[in-house]
Design a protein around this ligand. Structure first.
Ligand SMILES: [Zn+2]
Length: 256
């Protein structure tokens, strides 16, 4: 079985890249476009509030963040502005997400914690950072391992079996919809905090609002939804880290 081993090694080497901004080494074996297409299929199924008047605000802030992020997109993963879709999700739990391929969901329940545009920018900056850093694809790669990832990129497995499909869906952060929870790691969360702070500052929002937002948010009790609450770095650590990255973020502010 020499050939498959060689293929695996080739795949392993070709999978090495570095994350934008932080330069962290990443192991990504799956095609971002394929993760994006699966994400789009899940996004369609979600219950949205297309007539909510607050949607215009989410779109406006989101597009500013995406434009600000583009300067750091050296891996070329951000879709063009016209391809981004924004939705208010009909869900009272305070959560938000951004999917590979440019789908952003903001739960109706999140508005109670985002009185200002700066607060919304904290969230959207963090979420767009997950996308530009390809955390979804990286997690799929970790989850499935080299062998399975190679099999998936194979033409012959275009129609994925149910189990593989579920692993993908869980890995890109949509597990809650399926009752399978696979959160981002703390490393991914910290990276998104740092990169997101930079994006919000560059888009003209106040990064100093981020620590306060997370402090308020951390006080929410009850059942904790995925992504936004369950796995984020311990609150004190997160606040300390955000303060540490503040000068770096402020240097990105537009002049004048
Ligand atoms: Zn996150």
């Amino acid at each position: 079985m020499r050939l498959p081993l060689l293929l695996l090694l080739a795949a392993a080497f070709s999978g090495c890249q570095t994350a934008p901004v932080t330069g962290r080494a990443q192991f990504i074996l799956v095609d971002e476009a394929e993760v994006a297409s699966l994400s789009a299929g899940e996004f369609v199924k979600m219950k949205k509030l297309p007539n909510d008047p607050r949607l215009a605000k989410i779109r406006e802030i989101g597009l500013k963040i995406v434009a600000a992020a583009r300067r750091d997109d050296r891996n070329g993963v951000l879709p063009p502005a016209s391809r981004w879709e924004f939705a208010i999700i009909d869900d009272r739990s305070p959560n938000a997400f951004a999917m590979p391929g440019g789908k952003i969901g903001f739960n109706a329940g999140m508005f109670a914690y985002t009185p200002t545009d700066d607060d919304i920018a904290v969230i959207l900056g963090h979420e767009v950072a997950h996308v530009i850093c390809q955390h979804g694809a990286e997690r799929v790669s970790q989850q499935l391992g080299v062998a399975a990832a190679v099999a998936i990129t194979d033409e012959a497995t275009k129609k994925k079996d149910a189990q593989t499909r579920q692993a993908w869906v869980a890995a890109i952060g949509l597990g809650a919809q399926l009752g399978v929870l696979l959160p981002y790691s703390r490393d991914h969360e910290s990276e998104s905090d740092r990169v997101g702070l930079r994006f919000m500052a560059r888009a003209g929002y106040d990064p100093e609002k981020a620590p306060g937002f997370w402090e308020r948010f951390a006080k929410i009790g009850g059942s904790r939804p995925p992504e936004f609450l369950s796995t984020h770095p311990a609150d004190a650590t997160r606040i300390r880290q955000l303060r540490g990255w503040m000068a770096e973020a402020k240097a990105q502010r537009p002049k004048g």
